[in-house]
Design a protein around this ligand. Structure first.
Ligand code: UDP
Ligand code: MG
Length: 325
């Protein structure tokens, strides 16, 4: 049998002081068990990425690393860069030192026991293993409806994502190398990973409630995440605008005929309501369509500037220190 391979976990953390120690303890227990079963190498590490937290998060990560450097590593970002960028910072840091990597949120909503199955699927030859939620019983009705609506809407809008899969997934070193070739600034990892391809599969798990602390994704942030996902992966909204313009032209052609007929038959005084309504309707539609086009122009603007997607202030790692010597 081949020697066990190196598994790195990348866990983005933004103001997670309430839950971090518990998460670290549970992940450590999982690692010990996987190492003793010979499923992963003792060189495997858990990497917490501090995404510019304002609380004690980085202090806790440094402490965990100081006490048990053979389990915990830490990346400190220079400022809050957002969940997707924090995950990418972790992935790009570990891509040369791991064989496989799992990304997971810090709040224990994703089931840690799924990790065993993910690793086994990796040994079976899968380069990507998607964690998919089998049930959403613990989510509030509101979160459940908006989240499921999000996946459906994404599909209609032409962005192909794995249904009910968030960012809990295993990726092989090879996939990480390929991911490093995607230079886009508007990150949407769950749209990007399926584009990479390779053999992949899904594992199902039940999503728990947040173990402690509060969600960092209020409705406003979730909506902008959805808009970003769609506009980063599909130009379908632009095509819909063209279709809408075409339909409006056909409708106005018939309206023109109707107006002409009423004019020659002499019923022209009653026109105020219909005139004012169509002005509002067309005005609203035009602004809406301009907004969508503007959204894409904003995207292009952000892309052409090519600013760094994250800045790493510090990387705490025992393997890193060995390399420096
Ligand atoms: N997160 C982050 N940067 C941010 C916001 C969130 O790194 O700017 C992390 C957060 O610490 C958590 C994960 O992203 O580990 C998912 O966030 P959260 O659990 O709040 O989202 P929800 O599960 O409610 O959608
Ligand atoms: Mg969460």
């Amino acid at each position: 049998m081949n020697p066990p391979e190196i598994l790195y976990m990348v866990v983005p953390c933004y103001n997670e002081q309430e839950v971090l120690r518990e998460t670290a303890q549970q992940l450590k227990a999982k690692y010990s068990s996987l190492i003793s079963q010979g499923l992963i190498s003792p060189e495997s590490r858990i990497v917490f990425v501090n995404d510019g937290s304002a609380d004690q998060t980085w202090g806790i990560i440094s402490e965990l690393h100081a006490k048990e450097p053979n389990y915990f590593s830490g990346i400190d970002l220079a400022h809050n860069s957002g969940h997707q960028n924090a995950v990418l910072a972790g992935l790009m840091t570990v891509k040369d030192i791991c064989d496989m990597c799992i990304t997971m949120d810090a709040d224990l909503q994703d089931d840690i026991n799924t990790i065993d199955e993910m690793v086994k699927k990796y040994y079976e030859g899968n380069q990507v293993v998607y964690g998919v939620r089998s049930a959403r019983d613990t989510d509030t009705f509101f979160k459940k409806t908006t989240a499921e609506g999000f996946y459906k809407f994404m599909k209609i809008m032409g962005a192909d994502v794995v249904y009910n899969h968030a960012d809990f997934r295993l990726m092989s070193k090879r996939v990480l190398q390929e991911l490093s070739g995607f230079k886009e600034v508007n990150l949407f990892l769950r749209g990007m990973v399926p584009l990479i391809g390779f053999q992949n599969c899904k594992v199902y798990y039940e999503r728990h409630e947040r173990a402690a602390g509060e969600s960092k994704y209020p409705l406003k942030r979730m909506l902008s995440f959805a808009v970003n996902g769609i506009t980063s992966f599909s130009t379908k909204p632009l095509k819909l605008i063209t279709a809408l313009g075409l339909i409006m032209s056909v409708v106005s052609f018939f309206a023109f005929i109707w107006a002409f007929i009423t004019k020659i038959t002499g019923f022209t005084e009653h026109g105020w309501s219909s005139t004012i309504c169509s002005i509002w309707l067309i005005g609203g539609l035009q602004l809406f369509c301009l907004g969508i086009i503007g959204e894409y122009i904003g995207k292009i603007y952000a892309e052409v500037k090519q600013r760094p997607r994250y800045i790493i202030a510090e990387f705490l790692s025992d393997t890193n220190k060995k390399e420096e010597k």
